[in-house]
Design a protein around this ligand. Sequence first.
Ligand SMILES: *Cc1c(COP(=O)(O)O)cnc(C)c1O
Length: 426
Amino acid sequence: MSDRLPGFSTLAVHAGAQPDPTTGARATPIYQTTSFVFNDADHAASLFGLQAFGNIYTRIGNPTNAVLEERVAALEGGTAALAVASGHAAQVVVLQQLLQPGDEFIAARKLYGGSINQFTHAFKSFGWNVVWADPDDIASFERAVTPRTKAIFIESIANPGGSITDIEAISTVAAKAGVPLIVDNTLASPYLIRPIDHGADIVVHSLTKFLGGHGNSLGGIIVDAGTFDWSTGGKYPMLSEPRPEYHGIRLQETFGNFAFAIACRVLGLRDLGPALSPFNAFMILTGIETLPLRMQKHCDNAKAVAEFLAGHPAVASVSYAGLASDKYNRLARKYAPKGAGAVFTFSLKGGYDAGVNLVSKLQLFSHLANVGDTRSLVIHPASTTHSQLDDAAKVKSGAGPDVVRLSIGIEDKEDLIADLEQALGA
Ligand SMILES: *Cc1c(COP(=O)(O)O)cnc(C)c1O
């Protein structure tokens, strides 16, 4: 064996996996079982007391899911990861470790519409208060910090407009405030951006999108960067205080630089319960093997489609950070030099009606509420994903009435452009 560190594409295929020790199976088996037999009573007791690592029950951990966790942790450059049932479940489990009722977290206003909803309504009912800040105005994050602030949440590439967030600048604000920076890296995937390299303390994903990549399985994941000290100032009691159900151990003290991932598993997943099905873990693992190939094709196609749209007379504007003229192009070149992702928006001179008309005329593009599929997708956010927002909030989050969102797939770019041409022309 050479002592070369494996590259990204090698990790995407191999990290976390080995031939199955009992059967020799080369692909990771689907361990479709709820529970695991203990060696003896002492073994059982030590697993329950967190004195030994091992499998107990699939709500808390499963060997297929463990391969997925190790693989994504390797791709993101984290110390450990925890797979859960969906991207939204990842967000709940992360914040449950950090916030007590009455606490606050700061979130970038440009977010996936479902996250805006989750933060505004569901989290409010838990007593977790979101304070919005503008990712284009770093000082707005600083101004939002209070003694009750427990975390900052941003997207690396923001849904739906494809804008690029200045992760390093916001990580400086988080460090000064003594709170972790959580980055939703769903639209970039670690192939384009590794937020931990830019100061993120926790990375979350909807695996449903580019990581799984084929539009067939929901999943989410939490990656622990291992960088945050949870013991200072008693701000994070879930991590720093003795846990009565685990013989009084303190998670930070016992698990060090992967204590956050452990807390998410043995407190969050154990009690809230959104476990990922091992079948979905298998599907997503298979998807990840081709992530570098797919992501590059997604980005190259997206750039070609964005350039076509920017030159079309029916189009008022295109918001794609990969275009040299785009206001986020400088940040794209810094954070995502291989490509600016494949999800972006454009606006039509004909407004709301033209958006609805376009969606109905497209044939190759599927009209649906997802992104990050091999297939190209289209949606009109104002009438769907962002419809719950009022008009001002729609515009602020990049989903005004004239805006259409595309998620560019890995088909031939000439076919995608031809479909848009017929739909725009007709
Ligand atoms: C889809 C998505 C989510 C939510 O993920 P689910 O797997 O649908 O729960 C969160 N963040 C972003 C950026 C997304 O695109």
